[in-house]
Design a protein around this ligand. Sequence first.
Ligand code: KG4
Ligand code: ZN
Length: 381
Amino acid sequence: MTPASANQHTNPSLAFNLILAIESSCDETAISIVEAKWGNSKIPIELCVRAHIVESQNEIHQPFGGVVPEVAARDHLAKIHSLAQKALNEAQIDVHKLDAIAVTLGPGLIGALMVGVLFARGLALSLNKPLLGINHVDAHLDPTFLFHQFSPQNDLHQWLKVPERNWPALALTVSGGHCHLSQVNSPFDRVILGKTADDACGEAFDKVAKLLGLPYPGGPELEKLASKVTESRFKFPTILSDRSNRYGFSFSGVKTAVLEAVRKETTQHKGRVSGAMLPDDLKAELAFAFQEAALGQLIHRMQNAIADHPDFFKCALVAGGVAANQRFKELLNTLPIPVFIAPLSLCSDNATMIATHAFLDWQDGFENHAFPRYQSATTLS
Ligand code: KG4
Ligand code: ZN
């Protein structure tokens, strides 16, 4: 579907205006209530976030150095009801005024997902409202083209104009679970160009952070450590050795390179190794070199797609937890097309993106969209 045809048909009388959305796919229990105003297009013209609640489980997973699925599911279960009540209070709306309930159906941790999905089903049944299943990875990208800005401190209850974007866009969704480069012809037509062959970029950040003895979640901590230096005695590989793979990612090589460097510096050549006891300046240089290599790979893949099709992409869209990284923002600014990064509070997991994706998805009826709508593609079309 071209952007023009995507915008031509609409039936505003069918549009949902007020959605409560639930996100529980990993270690955040998030509930948002979002209202939309419609014009003549299939994309809302204004959005108003009436509640945006994100309850992180960081503290309970910290002792384990990563997310423990069983612990995550039980924590969602303990909190979800009171957080839904809190969201309704924050929104100051009568629950019967909701037009639909949206929930992340996948991908994610099955136990964690089940808590959100079953709670959402119960709510939808009791209110006799439609239940919309949303794909988490698709939803991550929406804040890049639906919001100029959004901060829960300043923008709750404000009607925010939906920006105009030019399509096609080159999109990067880069989080703890996913690393996708895609061609977005319109919000309704997305084609994957490349994925990671192994770890997601955020996952690699978390693992290297753990190796350096940093607390979970490691991504932001590793960035903080790396920012203490401006150069490094280490240099890690940025790109895959497979030169025919221009849009795919792989982070296991750089992760192993950091591990080998830590082994050398600690002289622990066998068994489990930790860099936690290394001198601070050395750890900072390891973090710096890893960050440059990992982020450099993301930029390199975007550069490839832009160079392969000159004048094709009108802009780049970047979303997911790693998009919160400041050094990444600097590197993205070197790309030769305009770049729109998700607002900081909508980079990591949240339910506002689930609600907004429901506004886009309703046009296909009430089917579940548990699976990506992407088709696989190895070349740009
Ligand atoms: O999107 P998200 O909240 O959850 C997933 O869908 O995975 O992303 C979380 C990931 C984690 O791996 C986290 O370490 C990473 O995003 N992350 C960062 C930064 N902030 C979060 N990675 C690098 N630099 C950051 N500043
Ligand atoms: Zn996510």
